[in-house]
Ligand binder design. Structure first.
Ligand SMILES: Nc1ncnc2c1ncn2[C@@H]1O[C@H](COP(=O)(O)OP(=O)(O)OP(=O)(O)O)[C@@H](O)[C@H]1O
Length: 305
């Protein structure tokens, strides 16, 4: 049986409209399914946990990166369910990285007749307070601050979504925050190696997928099937240089410049001299000065659509 988790609010309310169209197809084809709507932040994880106690074998997510992140966080045993995804969010970095179709009807038809599966890694963020899984990326510092303010500025996001310019909202907020930021040093420990201290760190992100922030290809080598996290550290650059580099990150060309450091590892511990915002899949409801990123030992079976 299929279980659908739908964020009706995704991309400023588009989620519900798309679900209503897709439900007609499910009914026409007499598909056995259950529908669950997310009602508030964090609800996706609770619904996913609840679904694990039903006889659903395929869990389909309709929403954005935040919703798919919440859902992987809530699944109890990653080996017991097949995951599928219909991207209807604003940023859609998971779909972009996995090269999924943007057409919801095509995606549903693939999911109902699956031919291609990927077994994908799931990230884990730990702070002294919480442990949470993620699907795309998690980061500390400037990138999380952008997510935090982007989610606060719902009017701007709503307006840009209406004009089909959702990803521009990240860019506009990023520019403003960059100019007012005051980056300090951070220490990173990759696996069991010697710690490295970086001065003036804007952000460090641990990526399971290549893109974050609505289309920035921060870690072009990231592959969710390689059992490795890809780390990006942005350190010691002037604000002017960051402004010049940012557009090159849309095509993953930023990595060859001084001040951008990338690594691959199984786990990374970050210690910051100041408490900073932390995000998982673009939802930045956390703050910490110490975070650890890792991967779950199990992968989840995912239907490519
Ligand atoms: N009914 C709801 N009302 C308000 N917020 C919700 C609701 N359901 C889920 N949410 C929250 O909205 C967040 C963002 O939703 P989602 O990721 O689906 O869409 P998006 O923000 O448009 O896309 P993206 O994350 O790709 O930019 C989720 O992480 C969740 O915390």
């Amino acid at each position: 049986m299929y279980a659908f988790i739908v964020n009706p609010n995704s991309r400023s309310g588009l989620g519900l409209k798309i679900w209503e169209q897709l439900e007609l197809i499910l009914k026409e084809r007499h598909i056995d399914y259950q529908i669950y709507f997310t009602r508030r932040p964090g609800h996706g994880a609770k619904l996913a946990a609840q679904i694990c106690d039903t006889d659903a074998d395929t869990l389909v997510v309709l929403g954005g990166d935040g919703t798919i992140g919440e859902v992987v966080d809530g699944i109890r045993d990653l080996t017991k369910l097949t995951l599928a995804y219909i991207p209807i969010g604003s940023g859609n970095d998971f779909a972009r990285s996995m090269k999924l179709t943007k057409d919801p009807t095509k995606a549903l038809l693939h999911i109902l007749n699956p031919t291609d599966y990927a077994y994908i890694n799931v990230g884990v963020l730990k702070t002294p307070q919480i442990e949470r899984r993620y699907a795309v990326s998690s980061g500390i510092g400037f990138d999380a601050d952008v997510c935090y303010h982007n989610n606060l500025s719902s009017k701007l996001k709503h307006f840009l979504n209406k004009c089909k310019l959702g990803k521009l909202s990240y860019t506009a907020i990023a520019l403003h925050l960059l100019l007012t930021s005051n980056p300090k040093s951070m220490r990173i420990t990759l696996d069991d190696q010697k710690p490295i201290t970086f001065p003036k760190v804007y952000f460090i992100a641990a990526m399971n997928q290549r893109y974050e922030g609505g289309g920035f290809e921060f870690c072009p080598q990231a592959d969710p099937k390689d059992d490795l996290l890809d780390i990006i550290v942005v350190s010691g650059l002037s604000k002017f240089k960051i402004l010049c580099l940012l557009p090159t990150a849309y095509k993953g060309k930023h990595t060859k410049f001084k001040g951008i450091y990338t690594y691959q590892c199984k786990s990374a511990k970050i210690e910051s001299v100041q408490v900073l915002p932390v995000h998982t899949d673009g939802e930045a409801d956390l703050r910490s000065d110490t975070v650890t990123f890792a991967l779950e030992p199990d992968r989840i079976r995912f239907i490519r659509s």
